[in-house]
Design a protein around this ligand. Structure first.
Ligand SMILES: Nc1nc2c(ncn2[C@@H]2O[C@H](COP(=O)(O)OP(=O)(O)O)[C@@H](O)[C@H]2O)c(=O)[nH]1
Ligand SMILES: [Mg+2]
Length: 252
């Protein structure tokens, strides 16, 4: 059994989305089959201007919640770096880290199943849009098409998973520790949304078991616009895949 579950929420201007997400999380912990493990929530507010940090603290309720604030907006890669390094410093080897979007589109109700899979031996558990039973609500056809193309391309280049781009995943802290030791300063060296693909490609070299559970993506619940710049992200990711495929596991 894992000792603690860290829930990492990188957040940029998510003041409207965090309170309902944290409310759902408190409920999920209350209803956790067989009783919940200790859960610590870590919000990394990446220089938001809409009161994200205060909104998170205001919705804390019974949750064990920590908020780390970047003084200025950096990017998703920087927020993941801050959050993961904090967990590596404060966490124990038996702990798990679950990262997910802070925009309330990733149902927290999936966490007990992800933790169960990890406790049964999976090193990484991915909430996947490409498993039987997955559903995608509220995403336009163009975005769905891009995600599907990315999945096909990545499965061809780097077999082992189906959903490489979704940020909702559960990792063993020991695996993340391996990544930090093995790759050193290159471990989390992506600046934008490509951090998610890159993290999986890097950890995949060590992970023995990568499993997926079907995700019900609730894009229809999201308030405010997506922060992903589609063209920039697609271009950065393609260049990254080229470098990784050519045997460069670390370069920026
Ligand atoms: N830290 C940080 N997080 C960001 C930034 N841009 C987006 N995010 C977060 O990254 C996650 C994914 O962004 P989101 O807008 O949900 O992208 P989408 O789901 O692909 O439309 C959300 O939790 C955002 O709050 C940023 O500049 N910095
Ligand atoms: Mg999102």
């Amino acid at each position: 059994m894992s000792s603690r579950v860290w829930v990492l929420l990188p957040a940029f201007n998510e003041a409207e989305n965090l309170p309902p997400l944290l409310g759902d999380l408190a409920e999920t912990i209350r209803r956790w089959p067989g009783g919940a493990p200790p859960v610590r929530v870590l919000v990394v507010d990446d220089g938001s201007t809409d009161g994200t940090a205060d909104a998170a603290r205001g919705a804390q309720g019974d949750l064990d919640l920590e908020v780390i604030v970047h003084a200025v907006n950096m990017n998703l890669g920087a927020a993941m770096r801050t959050g993961i390094h904090h967990v590596l410093e404060s966490g124990a080897d038996g702990d798990l880290l679950i990262s997910l979007d802070a925009d309330h589109t990733h149902p927290v109700e999936l966490m007990p199943e992800m933790v169960e899979r990890a406790n049964a031996g999976a090193d990484i558990v991915i909430a996947s849009r490409f498993q039987p039973g997955a559903e995608v609500h509220g995403l336009d056809g163009f975005r769905k098409g891009i995600s599907a193309c990315a999945s096909v391309l990545l499965q061809g280049m780097f077999p082992g998973a189906r959903d490489y781009t979704c940020g909702y995943r559960c990792y063993r802290v020991t695996l993340l520790r391996w990544g930090a030791a093995h790759y050193g300063p290159h471990f989390l060296n992506q600046e934008g949304f490509s951090v998610m693909v890159d993290l999986l490609l890097k950890l995949r070299r060590k992970a023995r078991r990568i499993e997926e559970v079907p995700l019900i993506l609730r894009y229809d619940r999201k308030r405010g616009a997506s922060k992903m710049k589609i063209v920039t992200t697609a271009w950065t990711t393609l260049r990254l895949l080229g470098r990784r495929f050519c045997g460069n596991p670390t370069g920026p």
